[in-house]
Ligand binder design. Structure first.
Ligand code: C5P
Length: 315
């Protein structure tokens, strides 16, 4: 039997970063937005004793680790252990469209997709609340990939509150050459705060909150107001580590994007366009600019990880 799960990537329309906590994480006010650009993970029952095996296809497949560190493999083993299964014999194939180490939570998405796929393959019927807890153990961005839509993530990003949103928004993602390490970008954010004299610990930096103007824009389906409210506290750090991203952001706004920001910890840049046609034009201009490796027009919000082939959950 085979189960295929489609899972979205995310852009953070607000990424408010608080101070560094004692546990090494930062408190966030993280407004996640799920976009149609996504991966597919297919789970196939393995021969007894094979354990979890992985394969990956797609333009950036070479950059995906196919060892035990892969979040999809870790997710399968975590789910099996949670249910006390004697073995997790499964092959996971990842059809990769999300940029790798790009700030769009592609690895986290694959972890979420593997949880849903293995749950269906092994007919476990794991309650959603339990899947969310297992997802949070795997990483801060994994729970959102299960939920999709638009949600506010608090804590390290794993405490989710779905947000009301109207309409469809048109996005363009400019993919950079190579990735950025998320911990390195958070460290650079701390370093820049120290350099500016504001301090970087959670006793020195105020706990961030969701921006009311941004929440109103989402609820109203107002793309122009959302574009004006886009913020990412990690953007200065990503630009400091990758100064060339400034030219990418300029190329997109020069081509008519109504909003632009670095996606999460980067280096992917995200652009909001006024409609689907404008998004295609921005993507074409970005490709022609030479300031990125690839550019994809897409839209959102879309739902979280869901079975497309096989037996859907709860049926
Ligand atoms: O949770 P996840 O494994 O995705 O986090 C990767 C790294 O990113 C953490 O080890 C930490 O360095 C950084 N991080 C952070 N604050 C967060 C989320 C992630 O500092 N809220």
């Amino acid at each position: 039997m085979t189960v295929t799960v489609r899972v979205p990537a995310k852009v953070n329309v607000q990424l408010g970063v608080g101070g560094l906590r004692a546990d090494g994480f930062h408190d966030l006010a993280n407004v996640f937005f799920a976009v149609a650009l996504g991966d597919e993970v297919t789970a196939t029952a393995g021969e007894p004793g094979t354990g979890v095996t992985l394969s990956c296809a797609g333009p950036d497949a070479d950059a995906v680790p196919l060892d035990d560190s892969n979040l999809a493999a870790r997710a399968a083993r975590l789910l099996a252990a949670h249910h006390g299964l004697a073995a997790a014999d499964v092959h996971l194939h990842i059809a990769k469209a999300v940029p790798v180490a790009g700030g769009m939570a592609g690895g986290s998405a694959d972890g979420a997709a593997a949880l849903v796929a293995c749950d269906a393959l092994w007919k476990l019927g794991t309650p959603v609340e339990v899947l969310l807890e297992l997802a949070a153990e795997l990483g801060s961005d994994v729970p959102f990939a299960l939920v999709g839509g638009v949600a506010l993530g608090r804590g390290r990003g794993e405490i989710l509150e779905p947000l009301p949103v109207a309409g469809t928004y048109h996005w363009v993602f400019a993919v950079a050459d190579g990735g950025l390490s998320t911990p390195a970008v958070f460290r650079e954010c701390d370093r820049l705060r120290e350099e500016a004299g504001t301090g970087s610990s959670d006793t020195e930096v105020a706990t961030p909150d969701a921006d009311p103007a941004l929440l109103a824009a989402l609820a109203d389906g107002d793309a122009a107001a959302l574009a004006a409210a886009l913020t990412n506290d990690l953007q200065p750090a990503a630009l400091s580590l990758r100064p060339a991203l400034a030219a990418t952001l300029r190329a997109g706004t020069g081509a008519g994007a109504i909003g632009a920001l670095v996606s999460g910890s980067g280096p992917t840049c995200a652009f909001l366009a006024k409609d689907a046609e404008a998004a295609e034009a921005v993507a074409a201009a970005l490709r022609a600019s030479g300031s990125c490796r690839a550019a994809h027009a897409t839209y959102g919000p879309v739902p979280g990880a869901a079975v497309t082939v096989g037996e859907p959950r709860g049926q």
